[in-house]
Design a protein around this ligand. Structure first.
Ligand SMILES: [Fe+2]
Length: 229
């Protein structure tokens, strides 16, 4: 081992020297400054490797059989496609909650401001759980905003600030889209034998969304505030 290391170090120094980069010059200077008369190892990070990237490790849309979890390829492909749709919509709903958390106005500001942020946090947990299920199945989880926007089925809201009842209506529409997909995707997962995906969609995604629908819906019930009619 010691012999191998001794032969490798001078080779690395020779290879770096002809480049005359600031990094290698600094490395040599640091080695000399250390008083050992030899260039020390370079601590320069190798930057900008993305511009010369080889083929990606795995293409989006493909499903590998890396993990032995007892599911065939067709089942994984179906679940990954459905879960990426669910992920894009859940990321969109999560961000819709944050938009409304910031922009809400009116006499119900305090309640809605806090409620929206609570639901944002809960949707964030779902986002992570869905994405990690996709990875476990051998897929590639959609992640970045522009890709999510292309995939999501929830309508795009305006950038403008809107009234609280409009905010609530948008949220309820988004929840309903997610919940309908939850039923469809869970049934498909059940029929194909993907129990883990079925359980995630029912026990976590569906339950959380139904609960949030309840809490949000009560803000658009037209009921007397002080005196019974
Ligand atoms: Fe906040």
């Amino acid at each position: 081992m010691a012999t191998t290391n001794t032969t490798k170090k001078p080779a690395a120094t020779k290879a770096a020297a002809p480049k005359k980069s600031a990094a290698s010059a600094d490395g040599v200077a640091a080695g000399k400054a250390a008083g050992n008369g030899q260039a020390g190892p370079s601590v320069q990070p190798i930057l900008n490797q993305q511009f010369h990237a080889p083929a990606p490790l795995q293409k989006y849309g493909t499903v590998s059989q890396r993990l032995p979890i007892g599911l065939d390829e067709k089942t994984r492909e179906q679940s990954v496609a459905n879960l990426n749709q669910m992920l894009a919509d859940t990321i969109t709903l999560r961000d819709l909650y944050k938009k409304h958390h910031w922009q809400v106005v009116g006499p119900t500001f305090y309640q809605l401001h806090l409620l929206y942020d609570k639901h944002y946090e809960e949707q964030s947990v779902l986002v992570d759980t869905i994405a990690e299920r996709i990875q476990i199945l051998g897929g590639v989880a959609v992640a970045m905003a522009h890709d999510v926007a292309e995939l999501a089925s929830i309508p795009r809201p305006p950038r403008d600030r809107e009234e609280a009842p409009i905010q609530v209506s948008r949220l309820l529409e988004a929840h309903q889209i997610i919940l309908k997909n939850c039923h469809d995707f869970a049934q498909q997962a059940d029929e194909s034998g993907d129990d883990g995906t079925n359980d995630l969609l029912i026990s976590e995604v569906l339950r959380a969304n139904e609960m949030q629908v309840w809490f949000v819906s009560e803000h658009v019930v037209d009921t007397p505030l002080a005196r019974a009619e």
